[in-house]
Design a protein around this ligand. Structure first.
Ligand code: HT7
Ligand code: ZN
Length: 878
């Protein structure tokens, strides 16, 4: 397979202005009639240029140009295209194709899920529905008529407004939809099935009433209210924050069980993985509720950032995704807690995106090339992309950012544009040169800032020396060029008071927090009038997506844990200290030395436990030790056993030392009153479940086991039930299997809850987990055709359970490789996600490296491998 390069972009030779589709759904075949109004692009195509339309897995039945059937000599059809040799400047092209959605296991194009029809066209799958110029810069208006059996498919949906309906012979019916907004083909959607609707309304700021519809299978009608509320909140937030109003009269969301990703922002008709719609207190956790709110908001925000203004080509994906993730992060921060949200987002970025940047898949947020676009819906494009958008906010302030966004819409509404267009709009609105941000788009890899602080008592100066370079990456990258890195800093006196900050060339101090701009490879910042040696708080709020390297005494970290007034850095100081100790403990364990925990850390941890001013959710965050996967990234080779033992040791020591305080916290926050979804109830559940799952369980004593058992038996909500079951997963006691059976008996008919049952077992750190996973893969409820189920068992185990997946006998590697090959024949997109669990293989010890490499070689040697899996594996092996 050949890569496609960003620099090869050129406009299409033809434009399509109007699309009329008629989709006839039948059991054995679906017939798609399309009428396209096409015109030559005078800027690129000379007269007589052939028309090349994308099309895959289509059977062409009829073709006519301006109403005249085309003779076979006038066109050619191959596996990927329909080529018409000669066309006029303006014309109407009609085609009729047959497709087989019931045979579609890839879940792209038109497919069936639980007997209902739905579509997924992003990135390049509209071409599996009809012949088209399937690229985002071709924007057209769509009219779609769907016909189907009335009893089996009473609900027929597509983008825009419903304009007509009618009855047909043979108990069939039809519905016509018209979308007045020009859109790229990837935003097309169609749904047909036996669905029911939970609806509400929203009054926009200009006074229009929008109908909001959540469509689900009948048994799920009581699980939609939270999704509806989330949508209403998102609509209101976007009006209040950015003045953005919804444009159509109806906004529809459809929940489907079989979906490759989270959700899809099709114009006016979002299709969602049911996991991000359906919830009830007894079936979904507090985290599920928060994820639903965030994903609903994300897809809604796309209506402006993605749909009204879209991407010129797929290399620009971060233009819509980075920006929309940034918007949904801000939304969630406003709905919940700013610091908590920031910590979660940064944790995710550091654990997953930093790893991607250090692996074979490292790429800039705006990639330079791809073989299979689906492989580039990555944590880099999304989350690092969002951090890059946040840099604009950091540099321009919230108001400047909003002004820039308004300018972007003013200039580009209705267009397909580039990341450069976004940067230029931001710069114009704020009359500032933002070209220095360009390197964040063009360079892969994580910048590393090395920091040195020096206090000069005589001069009363504090000098900060900062350098930037790039963390090493196995993928070959052009030489690293320095980026513009905004760095927020504060200095604290020994009492924990933030000092007024005055730089050497300033006359007076300006505030207690400063934003420094690092744009060179090396820079120095001198603060004057500093009366005593201060403690530095660096990169406050994680003001740029970089790694920080700084030698500092542990006492400074303990000090920041107690005194920093930036909640993010306060949390981070604890993480850095814990990380340093855990890595040392891992080394000691590997060398057979006795393990000892630094009393300074024990003391600092104790202060967090007993700090009554800390919000309980933040306290839970602060107590959590860095996870094994994150720790693994900090060392080479990754010693999975040593990291596991070190972390278990630290947990045990803390649990034993603070047993009394932990039990008291548990009791204090364990509610005996009925479930509530208030913020304080959520915070309480978070803290008491962190205490139980991550500390008390390690004690394995009778009192704790009894607490877990009681919580499991009496829980009136899934948050508590799942937390208790996850504690049991760590214990080799009879109650474990009983609870699993009980849970299965109660929830086997609810696929989303059953996913939890699989995931909980796969995440256990007990040595027998690999065997359990192997047997669960043959369980009657395990199903390779359902991505949620595959992710819950396989991804949880292979990606999140580091110590058990990397068992030294290589059995888990073999299991994954075989599964990837089997899955590749059904759903290459999902298979290529899973094979990514091998991406870090070079960082392990020789034994594991060889074992993983051999499985990767087996995979790549397979004939007929999909381009999706081929791209990931070949990059991994190169
Ligand atoms: N824009 C959506 C991306 C998406 C997708 C991409 C490829 C294959 C399947 C997919 N499903 C959804 C999701 C989003 O970022 O909002
Ligand atoms: Zn998105």
């Amino acid at each position: 397979p050949q890569p496609i390069y960003r620099h090869d972009y050129r406009q299409p030779d033809y434009w399509i202005d109007k699309v009329e589709l008629a989709v006839d759904l039948h059991d054995d075949v679906t017939i798609v009639r399309s009428i396209l109004q096409i015109r030559r692009n005078k800027d690129t195509a000379s007269e007589g240029q052939p028309l090349v339309l994308n099309g895959e897995k289509l059977t062409l039945k009829e073709i006519a140009l301006n109403g005249q059937p085309l003779p076979e000599s006038a066109y050619q059809v191959d596996r990927e295209a329909l080529i018409i040799f000669s066309v006029p400047d303006h014309f109407e092209l009609s085609t009729v194709v047959a497709i087989k959605p019931h045979e579609n296991t890839e879940l792209v194009g038109l497919y069936q899920s639980n007997g209902n029809y739905c579509t997924q066209c992003e990135a390049e799958s509209f071409r599996r529905i009809t012949y088209f110029l399937d690229r985002p810069d071709v924007m057209a208006t769509y009219s779609t008529t769907i016909s189907a059996d009335k009893a089996r498919y009473p609900v027929l949906l597509s983008n825009g407004n419903r304009v007509a309906t009618g009855e047909l012979e043979n108990n069939r019916h039809w519905v016509r939809w018209e979308d007045p907004f020009r859109k790229p083909s990837y935003l097309f959607a169609l749904v047909a099935g036996q669905l029911v609707c939970h609806h509400g309304t929203f009054k926009t700021m200009s006074g229009r009433e929008i109908r909001l519809e959540i469509w689900v299978e009948p048994q799920n009608i009581d699980k939609c209210e939270h999704a509806l509320l989330s949508l209403q909140k998102a609509m209101q937030w976007d009006e209040q924050t950015f003045g953005l109003e919804y444009d159509l009269d109806v906004y529809m969301i459809v929940a489907v069980n079989d979906f490759n990703m989270g959700a899809m922002e099709n114009k006016g008709l979002n299709v969602f993985n049911s996991k991000f719609v359906l919830c009830r207190p007894d079936t979904a956790t507090d985290d599920d509720y928060e994820d639903i709110e965030a994903v609903i908001a994300h897809e809604y925000f796309h209506n402006w950032t993605g749909n009204r203004v879209t991407c010129r080509d797929w290399f620009q994906l971060t233009l819509k995704e980075g920006l929309t993730v940034y918007r949904d992060q801000r939304f969630t921060a406003d709905m919940t807690d700013f610091a908590l949200k920031r910590i979660r987002d940064v944790k995710k970025l550091r654990t997953l995106q930093f790893a991607e940047d250090q692996g074979p898949m490292a790429h800039p947020i705006r990639p330079e090339s791809y073989i299979e676009m689906n492989n580039f819906y990555t944590i880099t494009v999304y989350e690092k992309g969002a951090e890059v958008v946040r840099l604009y906010e950091t540099l321009l302030g919230k108001e400047g950012f909003a002004k820039g966004l308004a300018r972007y819409f003013e200039k580009h509404d209705g267009q397909a544009v580039t990341c450069d267009d976004f940067r230029v709009a931001m710069a114009e609105a704020n009359q500032i040169d933002l070209t220095p941000l360009d390197r964040w788009y063009s360079q892969a890899g994580t910048p590393v800032c090395e920091v040195r602080g020096r206090y000069d008592a005589e001069q009363m100066t504090y000098t900060l020396q900062v350098t930037q370079s790039r963390a090493p990456t196995p993928a070959v990258q052009p030489a690293f060029m320095p980026c513009l890195i905004p760095i927020r800093v504060s200095l604290f006196d020994p009492k924990g008071q933030a000092l007024p900050l005055q730089l050497a060339d300033e006359n007076v101090p300006i505030g207690e927090e400063r934003l420094l701009s690092l744009s060179e490879t090396q820079q120095q910042f001198i603060f004057v009038n500093i009366p005593q040696e201060p403690v530095l708080s660096f990169l406050r709020g994680f003001s740029a997506p970089v790694q920080v390297k700084m030698q500092r005494p542990r006492e400074h970290l303990a000090f920041l844990m107690a005194h920093d007034n930036d909640s993010f850095n306060r949390w981070d100081a604890g993480q850095i200290l814990a990380q340093e100790l855990l890595l040392n403990l891992a080394q000691d364990w590997a060398a057979g030395r006795e393990l000892k925990l630094d009393p300074l850390f024990i003391q600092s941890f104790g202060k967090i436990l007993t700090d009554s001013r800390l919000n309980p959710s933040l306290k839970a965050m602060a107590m959590m030790l860095p996870d094994e996967k994150f720790l693994g990234q900090q060392i080479e080779p990754i010693d999975v056993d040593a990291l596991y033992e070190a972390r278990s040791f630290m947990t045990r020591v803390l649990a034993r030392t603070f047993r009394r305080e932990l039990l008291a916290l548990y009791q204090q926050y364990h509610s005996t009153s009925p479930y509530s979804n208030s913020r304080s109830a959520i915070d309480a559940r978070r803290l008491k479940n962190t205490v139980l799952r991550h500390f008390l369980t390690a004690l394995q004593d009778e009192e704790v086991i009894a607490l877990i058992g009681q919580q499991f038996q009496h829980a009136d909500n899934m948050t508590d039930m799942q937390a208790a079951l996850s504690c049991l997963m760590e214990l080799e006691i009879p109650e474990r299997e009983q609870a699993l059976q009980q849970f299965y008996g109660r929830w086997q008919h609810d696929p989303l809850v059953l996913d939890k049952w699989f995931a909980l077992q796969a995440s256990s750190s007990l040595p027998k987990t690999l065997d359990r996973v192997l047997s669960l893969a043959s369980h009657p409820d395990f199903n390779l055709r359902n991505p949620n189920r595959v992710r819950s068992l396989i991804w949880t185990f292979c990606s999140l359970n580091q110590v058990r997946f990397h068992s030294a006998d290589g059995r888990a590697y073999k299991f994954l490789a075989e599964l990837v090959l089997e899955l590749d024949r059904l759903n290459p997109q999902l298979a290529s996600r899973l094979v990514g669990a091998f991406n870090q293989w070079r960082r392990f010890d020789k034994l594991r490296r060889n074992l993983m490499e051999s499985q990767l070689n087996t995979i790549i040697a397979q004939p007929n491998l999909s381009t999706d899996v081929y791209e990931i594996v070949s990059r991994s092996l190169n």
